[in-house]
Design a protein around this ligand. Structure first.
Ligand code: SAM
Length: 243
């Protein structure tokens, strides 16, 4: 028996709700929502009427204990966030962890999330990638960026539009202006746009075209150093000398 479902909701296009999401939302006792107003509008559109309870980071610690008690008594919950997959740069992790440690069951449905289409649309290697979520706004920002200088996997960042230019500038400082990147704006919406180029080119583009709407920033990893012929020869010579 599942005690807690995490149900992804559309990141723009309402048609992205899945048939299973509808089934689960209709079947649970209570829907926990990051913002009951936002989710109320969505549920009304989906013609689902269920008790809604607020669950956000400001009451997360307090709320978890009470919710666990109610689950133990048999109530089944669904957690939704304002958009996308709950617990991905949204509240949820704490609840999942506590439900599991109380030896109850959690199930996250697959569904909309912004970083997957952004990564694939970027055209950058996606066999290995790191999801960095939001960079710290002030304290720790530089340290976080510096920790990524040697990262060879494609990196994904969530960023607010008013910080994009500054972030592109900082990324160019850390990774160099020629590093390839991609900005995905308004995914699944009418004005969806994916802009690809070097960090320097993207800076110019967004200086000329001020950004509106939500964005995901994808940045290529550090190119794997290919050994030059000279370096290979040098290594060979060194090993001959040893033997
Ligand atoms: N839980 C969500 C998910 O699964 O993607 C993420 C929630 S986080 C609070 C919101 C951030 O996700 C935005 O600042 C933006 O970076 C990204 N995002 C959400 N919807 C988006 C969209 N339609 N287009 C581009 N980015 C989006």
């Amino acid at each position: 028996k599942i005690n807690l479902y995490l149900v992804p909701t559309p990141i723009g296009n309402l048609k992205d709700i899945t048939l299973r999401a509808l089934d689960v939302l209709k079947s649970v006792d209570v829907i926990l929502a990051e913002d009951t107003r936002t989710s109320g509008i969505l549920l009304k559109h989906l013609e689902i009427s269920k008790p809604l309870q607020s669950y956000h980071i400001f009451n997360e610690h307090k709320a978890v204990e009470k919710l666990i008690e109610r689950m133990k008594k048999g109530e089944v919950f669904a957690l939704v966030s304002d958009a996308g997959t709950p617990a991905i740069s949204d509240p949820g992790f704490l609840l999942v962890r506590e439900v599991l440690s109380a030896e109850m069951e959690v199930q996250c449905l697959p569904g909309p999330t912004a970083f997957v289409p952004a990564l694939v649309n970027s055209g950058l290697p996606n066999d290995r990638f790191v999801f960095e979520g939001f960079l710290p706004h002030k304290k720790g920002r530089k340290t976080r960026l510096d920790s990524l200088t040697e990262e060879s996997r494609t990196m994904i960042f969530y960023e607010s539009p008013h910080r994009l230019l500054k972030t592109l500038e900082q990324l160019a400082e850390v990774f160099g202006p020629d590093r390839q990147a991609s900005v995905s704006r308004e995914l699944t919406k009418l004005h969806e746009e994916n802009v690809r180029g070097t960090l320097a080119q993207l800076q110019v583009y967004y200086q000329e075209n001020p950004l509106k709407g939500e964005i995901v920033l994808v940045v290529a990893g550090k190119p794997e150093q290919k050994e030059s012929r000279e370096e290979k020869m040098e290594k060979k010579r060194a090993s001959w000398n040893k033997s």
